[in-house]
Design a protein around this ligand. Sequence first.
Ligand code: PEP
Ligand code: MG
Length: 755
Amino acid sequence: MLETLHRIVQTVNAASDFREALDIIVDRVADATGADVCSVYLLEADAHHLRLMATHGLNPAAVGHVRLPITEGLVGLVAEREESINLENADRHPRFRYFPETGEEHFHSFLGVPIIHYQSRLGVLVVQRHARDRFNDAEVAFLVTMAAQLAGVMAHARVRGELAHMDGGPRDEALALTGIGGSSGVGIGQGYVIAAGASLDTIPDRRIDDSEAEIGEFANALEAVRADLRDLAGRMEGQLPEAEQRLFDVYLQMLDGNSLNERVHDHIREGHWAPFALRLTIAEHARRFEAMEDAYLRERGSDLRDLGRRLLTRLLALEERDRPLPAQTILVGEEVSASQLVEIPPEHLAGVVSAGGSANSHIAILARALGVPAVMGVRELPVHSLHGRALIIDGYRGRVEVDPAPALRDEYERLAREEAELTAELAGIAGEPAETPDGAAINLYVNTGLAAEIERALEIGCAGVGLHRTEFPFMVSDRFPGEEEQARLYREVLQAFAPLPVTLRTLDVGGDKPLPYFPTHDENPFLGWRGLRMTLDHPEIFLTQLRAMLRASVGLDNLRLMFPMVTRVEEAEQAAALVQRAREELAEEGVETRAPLVGAMVEVPAAVYQAESLARRLDFLSIGSNDLAQYLLAVDRNNSRVASLYDELHPAVLRAVADVAEMARRLGKPVSVCGSMAGEPAIAPLLLAMGMEGLSMSSGRLLRVKWVLRTISLSESRDLLAECLACETPGAVRRLINAAMDRHGLGGLIRAGRY
Ligand code: PEP
Ligand code: MG
């Protein structure tokens, strides 16, 4: 059964649209359960009516027409109770209702299971038989499992607007999607779906007007693949066994066969571009082969897919040649890569949306460095249908608006204008100190990681670098960078900011920052081998990095060194000892270095409770609020499904941050914050009042934070902090800080954020 289920799910996932997926389900489920009928009923938007959407065994003409309230019929009862119903004499049940158009009177046994997605009722899956016997336990279990799988597919289709389309509703209706903010800012433009690198299962659709031109493109691709195959066959002649050699002939015959070409042409004439028409055709043909019991014929299905891939590659290469970019391009893809992003000329690039990835993916890091808004991890992103559509992306909230209503568009345009005005106005305080009206000062540092970020930071002015993430060069390379290479990169940052301090953080890979050439294979990477844990296990990697950092600082002496993911005091001691060892080694080689200040990040709850012990042994602490909130709240910071639970204003997070500040203060050691909390203007007064020595943030946030600090006095911030620490819910904290900001007319600074 599991094997059957697996095969059905695979085929359903490869379906080109929802209607096709439903048809596959009813056919395959009827087959697997030996039922005479299998049908899917979906709940309509009013949540009160069910409509027959696909059937195997009932009159096909009834599909889309049979409609019943959930208070009626056995199907209604399943939806109403949210429970399976298994009957041998369905027609004798008081809730049995007869629909003449289905021809249902012949079927006696009935098994219906509800389709539910995250507590929400979506429909009912039904199987029926002529015979008067109940479905057995295994069949019930199978259907329940099938319905659970179907729920995911349906929820996805609902978001993509395909359900409305099936009811005859408009396809291109407005749609709002949620992901994770990868780079702040608002982007307004037109979707541009990247097709390169797409597979036959993922190639997105594009609507075309000129079908004859498209058929011409397809013919060119066919010819190119024919030539490739002949060439390959020629080169392989005599090197392959005869049976394999004959495969080329089989491929060539398939290419010349009319059925393949004609189907592709049909789909093109329906308005699909050639790559998608090919996808549909190959899926149809391959499915027929793959459903066959005969292993030889099944194998022909994979040959066909291989051939399809070759054709697709050729088609995409042809289309890459000339592709007009919208003036304001919003790059959209399943998994947008850094190289695709840099291919778009900056003057065209208005934003990035990716179905996969997280706030720490290369692409998000790069987007932040370039100042381009980005939304990541939009699980339900209907990539297939976004090409050419109007999009607004909100990198602050992680929102994507598709074909937004004019009022919403106006609102975002106004926001973008205000943003630009504010940015221009803020430039005026670049040279001013970060000091409250009652004279309290705080250091505003920047977070860096890429060369582009360094330039921006220098333009706006700062107190130095509070966090330089060293992962990026490790992530984009295909091996660990060597000591020389690293030293050069670190020297660039140290030199750019000298004499201001630069805090280089040692390698923090693992978790959401895996290295392609050093996979960790952790089942639960955030609780696994990451950060300092990994580097301490590999002194050869760690020492290379420490030596590179120390060498880079010679003559500049502005290096601070910081360790990520410290969980135990011994780890910090061990790491500090390795810094000392690296200095000694260098001294032996004649390179004299100054002892850098050494600190730990406080980003796991254990470090909060041991902040005092850590502060006693080190020179400074820096709070990594991104990870700290994630670990305190048990919420994956990159999982859009639980994004609403990730909240830096949760009282537990505020309390932890305040406690660390207090412990460090007692020992007279400086403590700062370098997670994204430090760049939230509305939270800055609280962090100042806690006694932070500095706040480190992406450079785009710095002037906003400074503006707030220059407006609200320390004494008022202290009162606000006391009130916030007494709150029991994030909402209560949020209301207090919003009110404080409003009192000072600072709404514009925070409107873009969640506060
Ligand atoms: C943090 O966790 O807050 C932090 C600054 O580190 P990163 O985001 O690089 O994990
Ligand atoms: Mg961290």
